[in-house]
Design a protein around this ligand. Structure first.
Ligand code: GUN
Length: 281
């Protein structure tokens, strides 16, 4: 069993981004800029946004965080996004999800200029991804693809089971895997027999937010397991969606939590923001 070390891979990506930022500054006088919109006081969202802002600082980006109360109106959020769309110093706009219940998330995401959509959530970018065209791709699934590439894991013809069909993770993950010529099964909350699908797969990618969902008897010998779950349990520790202790001995490769996919998500946000800055017109 080999651990896929997301933490050290993310560091490598950050080093590359930082040196490209330096080059962009010197050659074109461009400093990549990211605007983060954070609404309400959800502790997990605050903690993620803090990590994102810190990572931006580390690679030499300009970054601003718009912190708004959860009583804010949808129109005010839209006005802020439009301001960022028009701001030439801003290359990437990220609206931290989830949004408060009174806000229509789909509507908000559609207001973001697709050229600044570094989260890859705008329907324009999702459509381009599904069509196999160049696009901004959601950071978490993009980070998983980067891991496959770094560990030379060939996807062509592999049976891959994606557990979870969210817009943020499962659906773009499945599209990327399909574009890489894998045979993809997407399972979700209404799937009748999850084990029947996971136990046949060469690769299982899970991101649903249920601690320990994937158990030893659901994985075949030598499988590759990618755990996207980040769950804080009662004792305060972070665990994934995979019962790591019992599943890991059966795997050829597995990602740990923490230190697996999580750091890659932030690294891909930096990489997407750099891509947006390079595309400045
Ligand atoms: N909430 C949970 N994951 C994400 C993410 O990748 N991007 C944004 N904007 N919000 C999230």
């Amino acid at each position: 069993m080999q651990l896929i070390d997301g933490k050290s891979l993310a560091k490598k990506v950050q080093t590359t981004v930082a040196s490209e930022v330096e080059q962009l500054k010197q050659e074109k006088n461009i400093v990549p800029g990211l605007a983060v919109i954070l609404i309400g006081d959800d502790p997990a969202s605050h903690s993620y946004v803090k990590m994102k802002a810190k990572a931006c600082e580390n690679v030499g980006f300009y970054s601003i965080t718009h912190n708004m109360p959860d009583t804010i109106s949808q129109d005010e959020i839209i006005a802020t996004i439009e301001m960022m769309n028009d701001n030439p110093r801003i290359d990437g706009i990220l609206v931290q999800l989830p949004l408060p219940k009174h806000v229509d998330t789909d509507k908000i995401l559609e207001v973001i200029d697709p050229q600044k959509d570094v989260d890859g959530f705008h329907a324009y970018n999702v459509g381009r991804l599904v069509s196999g065209l160049d696009s901004f791709v959601a950071c978490t699934p993009l980070g998983v693809m980067k891991m496959f590439e770094a560990y030379k894991i060939d996807l062509e013809g592999k049976d891959v089971c994606v557990v979870g069909a969210s817009n943020i993770v499962g659906k773009p993950m499945a599209a990327l895997l399909l574009n890489a010529n894998a045979t993809v099964t997407i399972t979700h909350i209404f799937t009748k027999d999850l084990k029947a699908h996971t136990s046949k797969a060469d690769i299982v990618v899970v991101g649903v937010g249920v601690p320990g969902l994937i158990k030893e008897d659901m994985i075949k010998d030598g499988a590759i397991v990618i755990d996207i779950g980040i769950n804080r349990i009662k004792d305060g520790s972070l665990v994934g969606d995979v019962d790591f202790e019992n599943v890991s001995p059966k795997c050829s490769y597995i990602t740990p939590v923490p230190g697996g996919v999580g750091p890659m998500t932030i690294a891909m946000l930096l990489s997407n923001t750099l891509k947006a800055a390079k595309g400045r017109v």
